[in-house]
Design a protein around this ligand. Structure first.
Ligand SMILES: O=C[C@H](O)COP(=O)(O)O
Length: 233
C-alpha cells in the first residue's frame, strides 16, 4: 500500500494547492473543457487533475509534475465489481496515478459491509500500489455508524484514502463532521479526501483541520484566491 498522504494543513496558498485534486467531471464536458482544466491545474500548482476515465490519456504540460486521477464506478457506484476493476486497470494503463472509486453505498445502507469490502478488494487487486486508491463513501447518504463501518472495510481492503463524496449526490457533499467521523474510524492509518461542495478557502481549511489531507475541488482557483466558487463538479 502506498504511504498515506497525511501532511497537515499549512497556511500558504502553494501548500494548500498541493492538497488539491482539481476536478472536472461534468457529464456534458467537452475535450476543450478538459484541456482547460489540465492547464489550470498546472498553473495553480495543484497536486492532481481529476477527470472521467473516458478523457484519458491526458496530455500534460511539458515538465509538469501534475498527477492524474480518474474516477471509477462514478457517480452511482452501482457497477459490477469486475467492471470497476477493469475500468480502474484501463485508467492506469492510460496514465492514471490515482483511482477514486465509488462504493455501492446502497449495499452499505443495507449493512452488507462484506460486499462493500469485496468490491473495494476487486479494484485494489486490479490496481495495486503504487497506484493510489481512494474510496468514495458518499458520507452524506450514510449515518455515522455506516460511515465508520465502510471506513473499516476500506482499510481492510487496502485503500490509501477514504473520500467523502462524489459531489453528485442530492444528500450533499463533504462536511467537517463526516471528516471527523472518518478520522476517528481510520486514525492515521488511511488518509482522508474531502470533496463535494467545498466552495471557499475557509471551508477547505476547515476540512484539513478536521483531518483531511486531500481536497477534491472544481472551484480550485476561487478557493485558492479566497473567493466563493459556484456549484459545479
Ligand atoms: O470529487 C470531486 C467532486 O466531484 C468535486 O465536487 P465539487 O464540484 O462540488 O467541488
Amino acid at each position: 500500500m502506498a504511504a498515506p498522504d497525511l501532511a497537515p494543513a499549512s497556511g500558504s496558498t502553494s501548500e494548500l494547492a498541493r492538497t488539491i485534486d482539481h476536478t472536472f467531471l461534468k457529464p456534458e464536458g467537452r475535450r476543450a473543457d478538459v484541456e482547460r482544466t489540465v492547464a489550470e491545474a498546472a498553473e495553480l500548482g495543484v497536486y492532481s487533475v481529476c477527470v472521467s476515465p473516458s478523457e484519458l490519456p491526458l496530455t500534460l504540460p511539458e515538465g509538469s509534475d501534475l498527477k492524474v486521477t480518474a474516477v471509477c464506478g462514478f457517480p452511482s457506484g452501482k457497477h459490477a465489481s469486475s467492471v470497476k476493476a477493469a475500468e480502474a486497470a484501463l485508467a492506469v494503463a492510460q496514465g492514471a496515478d490515482e483511482i477514486d472509486m465509488v462504493i455501492d453505498f446502497g449495499a452499505a445502507i443495507d449493512g452488507r459491509i462484506a460486499a462493500v469490502e469485496a468490491d473495494i478488494r476487486a479494484v485494489r487487486a486490479a490496481v495495486p500500489a503504487p497506484t493510489v486508491l481512494k474510496v468514495i463513501i458518499e458520507s452524506a447518504a450514510l449515518d455515522d455508524d455506516t460511515v465508520t463501518a465502510v471506513c473499516g472495510a476500506a482499510e481492510a481492503a487496502g485503500a490509501d484514502f477514504v473520500k467523502t463524496s462524489t459531489g453528485f449526490h442530492p444528500a450533499g457533499g463533504a462536511t467537517v463532521h463526516a471528516v471527523e467521523v472518518m478520522r476517528r474510524a481510520v486514525g492515521d492509518r488511511v488518509a482522508i479526501k474531502a470533496s463535494g461542495g467545498i466552495r471557499n478557502r475557509e471551508d477547505a481549511e476547515a476540512m484539513l483541520r478536521a483531518g483531511a489531507s486531500r481536497l477534491g475541488l472544481s472551484s480550485s482557483r476561487t478557493v485558492l484566491e479566497g473567493g466563493t466558487g459556484a456549484a459545479g463538479y
